[in-house]
Write a protein that binds this ligand. Structure first.
Ligand code: BT5
Length: 197
């Protein structure tokens, strides 16, 4: 469903059936994780929510799908940032609702905030690629998703700072575990904000 203005495509998708996709031209209250805002002036970004079956690796699978849809130069920062030349190009937000997972993806096209990146691709072409890649990666076996995520990762093998509930950890991002958790100096983290050091 294509809408002009919504609070968030996540809200518009909430009561829809699995398989639905909501696209909006503008969000008045686009959101990221942890109550953060997602900003995009009208008509400048791909703003989409996919209603999918819940799956613990969905956030990583959607990141892989979005990175492949965007093109070869795009890399992933744990857990869900799309990076182009090291700058944030887009993000993934998965919210679980009564047996459904609402997977929101925002990708900057003709505008980006200062210090972020944008992609030179028509919105419709990107959406077509994204739908196809989401279908492939949400059906892929967990090990295949994890292996592909590892290969697209800009995080693994780097020193990182991880902030979670006011607590900060620094160390080497060694791997992702079977549920997509980031392993820093042997310790698994299931949530948090990562800075590449
Ligand atoms: C994300 O959150 O990266 C997930 C973003 C998901 C957005 C999509 S748009 C369609 C769907 N509907 C929604 O309401 N949301 C989803 P997080 O990792 O928390 O990053 C948020 C942070 O990114 C903000 O605090 C800003 O610092 C930064 N940011 C905001 N807008 C941005 C943009 N357009 N490009 C790059 N960075 C941005």
């Amino acid at each position: 469903m294509r809408l002009d203005s919504v609070t968030s495509t996540q809200d518009a998708a909430r009561d829809m059936a699995i398989g639905s996709i909501v696209i909006a031209n503008h969000q008045t209250a686009g959101r990221g994780r942890l109550e953060r805002r997602w900003e995009a002036p009208p008509g400048t970004a791909l703003l989409a929510s996919f209603v999918l079956h819940p799956n613990p690796l969905l956030s990583l699978a959607a990141g892989v799908a979005a990175a492949e849809a965007c093109g070869e130069a795009v890399r992933l920062k744990w857990p869900n940032d799309l990076l182009l030349a090291g700058l944030k190009l887009g993000g993934v937000l998965v919210e679980a609702k009564q047996g459904k997972a609402i997977c929101g993806i925002g990708i900057n096209l003709t505008w980006a905030p200062v210090g972020a990146a944008k992609l030179d691709l028509p919105a419709d072409e990107l959406l077509d690629r994204l739908r196809e890649r989401i279908e492939v990666w949400t059906a892929a076996p967990p090990d295949t998703v994890l292996d592909r995520w590892r290969r697209l990762s800009a995080t693994l093998g780097r020193r990182v700072r991880l902030e979670l509930s006011g607590k900060t950890t620094e160390g080497l991002a060694e791997d992702v575990g079977p549920n997509g958790e980031l392993i820093v100096d042997g310790v698994p983290f299931f949530a948090g904000s990562v800075t590449h050091l």
